[in-house]
Write a protein of this length. Structure first.
Length: 131
């Protein structure tokens, strides 16, 4: 079973996704990548926080739309798999729903900077399904 924790929904503008919708989007992306169980935290943050994280972990001193931090690739034998954290800055994304799916696909192990277009193709397909 997937355990998806949503933090900071107050950072979203009116009309943004609800916690339930964020959970469903994340679950859709992960299940499309063959992941059916584990814990994910999704946090919505302001520009200062995403900039700090981007600077610390990617050495880019600028805000960005979404960052994913994978934690446990194989699961812990005595407990549930900790998939990782997704951090989204609504002020820097044109589509928060797409950012949730994008970050979730990264947690599944996909990486558009290293693959041959598979991740972005899947992202595009999933976004057509939810439109």
């Amino acid at each position: 079973m997937l355990d998806i924790e949503v933090i900071g929904l107050e950072a979203l503008s009116p009309g943004g996704p609800t916690a339930v919708e964020v959970e469903e989007l994340c679950a859709l992306a992960l299940s499309s990548a063959g992941i059916a169980e584990g814990h994910v935290a999704i946090e919505f943050v302001d520009e200062d926080r995403i900039r700090d994280l981007n600077r610390e972990y990617r050495r880019l001193d600028e805000p960005t739309d979404v960052l994913s931090f994978g934690i446990d690739e194989n699961g812990v034998p005595a407990g549930p798999r900790e998939l990782g954290d997704i951090v989204i800055c609504p002020a820097h994304t044109s589509d928060v729903r797409e950012a949730v799916v994008h970050g979730s696909l990264h947690l599944s192990g996909m990486d558009h900077e290293r693959d041959d277009g598979e991740m972005l193709a899947l992202l595009s397909e999933l976004m057509r399904w939810i439109a």
